[in-house]
Design a binder for this molecule. Structure first.
Ligand code: FAD
Ligand code: SF4
Length: 526
């Protein structure tokens, strides 16, 4: 691709971050030879977390493609590769010399979605002494502060309430003021367990040769986790491919998306999930267009794609995704240090290798290392469930989730991990901790049949570890969960658990607690 080798004079510099690849942004409506768009691959971004190799390749690959497309559309672009000699590896320092060399009199950026980058750019803006143009990313359906304002003064932010506001605002699946089908939410119909022999359509994989980028990362000692076949990189790298992935979802997966949303099937790492989070999070596609197209697909063929399927999908995007962003901006920077239960255990080493005898965890972890992806139920009810039951420090859990997934960007990772999955926020996001014993995992999937452990046993030598740890977690956190200032609804929702606990004999309770202690003592050997 033709390169802007030495930046020629420009009046204005516009910075594009790696997750701001929104080709529909109003910035690009004019072709202006005085504006220089700048994209940069920097160590500051490869090194602030221990990322999966596919995440780094995916972001750099998509940035390179985006830069080429901007150039093809007549824009001036300066693209700094990681190995460019001029690259200082810091966004502000690079901006400093580019401004100086081009003589630009103003510069601009789009609002970063990460608190870390937001502050870095704000802090440096003053130093350059040139006027700064700060633009919205034109991607989300709400502003940063809207959710905080909606729930001002409330301890808990009810997603369902926010979701209804979003349905009304977007008009998605609405009939005037009322939800189509007469109800807002069909969640109860989204809990099917497929038969053991059920086979979902294969995930749609792309085939990019990114060996040159991988070699560059290796040469420069960028530390990554996970594996990749860089000759056949499978994720979408541009808008056309992202739209093809979305279309495949409507054609092949959406008809069963809702029904099997909570299911776990061995060997099927994506099931009926869309795998569009990477494309969405780097903004190659927009949440509204994806939801409008899903509604159109349902309207075109409501017998093939039923209402609960499409409602379940739209809820994830205009509901959960948008909601998590609002929680992030309402509670950062404090959110990243919350630890309601005071958990302090290190993450077991096998989270980084997948070497555990627990079949459900082995598959979820090994799949994450291989694919840089796991579907929501593997994330929430397998890996995160175990970490919470075991009392792992939320910093450790966050570090793992921020690294391992291709879609992991702070605003959506931390709210899901610390909030939804670890309840470290004490119930801002969820009314009660998402924890379960082995029975739930057995009900939703088919791993237990092949596991070393016995899902029906609670205290024997091969008892499923989720069983005793489930009770251990509730017993050790009883005071916190039943505290009078617990979030509204929490006491009621955990009350049933404690009533069952009370009905057990003292000997049964002791056996469960002893087993829990033993499991935690030998956690690395599980
Ligand atoms: P699908 O199941 O097909 O859902 C469609 C889309 O809905 C997703 O692409 C996503 O954009 C949106 N969505 C669904 N659930 C959520 C949710 N809870 N929060 C926000 N958006 C949602 N998602 C990320 O994008 N980045 C993360 O770093 C991330 N970390 C997570 C960590 C934990 C512990 C948990 C429990 C969930 C996390 N999620 C994260 C949310 C969710 O698991 C992923 O968005 C989803 O698995 C992505 O795969 P998909 O595109 O196939 O999703
Ligand atoms: Fe997971 Fe327990 Fe089932 Fe094994 S028995 S797969 S550890 S839930």
């Amino acid at each position: 691709m033709p390169k802007e080798q030495e930046p020629r004079p420009a009046h204005r510099i516009r910075l594009i971050l790696g997750d701001q690849l929104n080709a529909a942004h109003s910035w690009y409506t004019e072709r202006d030879t005085h504006t220089l768009y700048v994209l940069m691959e920097v160590r500051q971004e490869t090194d602030y977390a221990w990322h999966h190799v596919q995440k780094v390749l995916g972001i750099f690959g998509a940035m390179r493609r985006f830069a080429e497309q901007l150039r093809a559309n007549g824009h001036r672009v300066l693209y700094l590769t990681l190995d460019d000699k001029r690259n200082t590896q810091s966004i502000p320092d690079n901006l400093g010399w580019i401004l100086e060399q081009t003589g630009a009199t103003s510069w601009g950026y789009q609002l970063p979605d990460e608190y870390r980058l937001d502050h870095q750019l704000k802090d440096h803006a003053a130093l350059y002494g040139a006027p700064v143009e700060v633009a919205d990313t034109e991607h989300f359906l709400t502003t940063r502060d809207e959710l905080g304002a909606l729930f001002a003064g409330k301890k808990q932010y009810l997603m369902e309430r926010f979701y209804r506001v979003m349905r009304e605002r977007t008009g998605l699946l609405m009939n005037g003021d009322t939800p189509i089908g007469g109800q807002w939410n069909f969640d109860k119909e989204n809990r099917g367990r497929p038969p053991k022999t059920h086979v979902a359509p294969p995930p749609l994989l792309f085939d990019h040769d990114l060996r040159d980028v991988q070699q560059m990362l290796e040469k420069h000692g960028v530390n990554t986790i996970g594996t990749v076949d860089a000759q056949h990189f499978p994720w979408p790298l541009d808008r056309a491919e992202s739209l093809a992935l979305v279309q495949y979802f409507y054609d092949a997966l959406l008809p069963h998306f809702g029904t099997y949303q909570d299911a776990l099937l061995p060997g099927q790492w994506a099931l009926y999930h869309a795998r569009i989070s990477f494309a969405l999070n780097v903004k190659l596609i927009s949440p509204l267009e994806v939801c409008m197209a899903a509604e159109a697909a349902w309207r075109a063929d409501p017998e093939r794609i039923t209402l609960p399927q499409v409602e379940g999908f739209i809820r994830q995007i205009i509901g959960w995704r948008e909601y998590m962003r609002g929680v992030y901006w309402a509670h950062m920077p404090g959110y990243s240090t919350l630890n309601f239960f005071g958990h302090d255990r290190p993450l077991p080493a096998w989270y980084w290798t997948g070497r555990t005898k627990m079949a459900c965890l082995r598959e979820a972890i090994a799949g994450s290392l291989t694919n840089a992806y796991a579907h929501h139920i593997q994330r929430l009810m397998v890996t995160a469930n175990f970490a919470l039951l075991a009392g792992v420090h939320p910093d450790e859990v966050d570090r793992w989730y921020l690294g391992i997934y291709i879609d992991a960007i702070d605003w959506v990772e931390i709210t899901n991990t610390r909030g939804m999955s670890q309840w470290a926020d004490g119930g801002i996001v969820g009314t009660k901790p998402y924890v379960s014993s082995g029975a739930y995992l057995n009900k939703m999937g088919h791993h237990c049949g092949t596991c070393y452990y016995d899902v029906n046993d609670r205290t024997g030598p091969r008892a499923c570890p989720f069983n005793a740890l489930y009770w251990h977690f509730h017993a050790r956190n009883r005071e916190r969960l039943e505290a009078p200032d617990a979030r509204p609804g929490t006491m009621m929702r955990v009350g049933m658990v404690y009533r069952t606990w009370e009905k057990m004999t003292p000997a049964a309770r002791k056996a469960l607690l002893d087993k829990g202690d033993e499991l935690l003592e030998h956690i690395e050997e599980l």
